[in-house]
Write a protein that binds this ligand. Sequence first.
Ligand SMILES: [Zn+2]
Ligand SMILES: [Zn+2]
Length: 277
Amino acid sequence: MATSVDARINDELQALQAILINGYAVKDENGVPRAIETLIHPSTADKKEEQFVCVTLEVILTPDYPESSPEVILRNPRGLDDKLVNEIHKKIKEKLDRHVGNPIVFELIEIVRGFLTECNLPSGQCVICLHDFVNGDVFTKTPCYHHFHSHCLSKHLINSKKYYDEELEKLPNWQRSEAIPYKQTCPVCRCELKFDVSTLEQAPPPVDSINAPPFRLTDELREAKASSSAVKPPKVEPRPSTSVEPAPEPERQQCRVPYRGFNRRAKPGRRERGAPR
Ligand SMILES: [Zn+2]
Ligand SMILES: [Zn+2]
């Protein structure tokens, strides 16, 4: 016996097809639509480089849909933390409760897209300055999908180039010509970057850094500094000259290790190769 499909569902699918073209998938069982899935981005007039968040919406149709509410799943959220995903779920629930008996998929897509457009900012912090991304911040998405304030990224790239030049300066002439050429790298994953630093530099500093109170050395910080120096390893006493082991010289050690190529030594504030990200 052929299963008939509610005319309202057919109409809804046709409308989705007209609006979304190929941007959605229908899972069916014996010709009966069971679920509709679509990847949703914020509205940015199709400018992909301005899309920082996305989520896959899956709407599972109940056997008597639209007489009962479908089940809604949000999968693979990008740039959204759990709190934001829960907020989308809450908005969806409110919509479903108010519209039982009506086809709802397109409206759910609009709710999610509207939400993503409103919070089209990566959630979390810029790992360079540790300030959150807030409205008004100018930030950059790298090809490796890491986000930084453009201002902070420019500072990072300027400093890494300066560090490279200083290290190069320390080498004897014959080694300089063999040194690996400078490359911009992502501060998180070291993926190679190609940014125009002078353009990034024009971005304003992070909004939160402008509003932050000026730095003050508080008693709490003094205590933290004192306790961190208290756990430093004790200074090594000079060994007797008869010892076969060379006496360690912690303060000079960095300059004495043989040159092994750029990017192979741990740089200050950087993750060691192989260390967890
Ligand atoms: Zn920053
Ligand atoms: Zn990266």
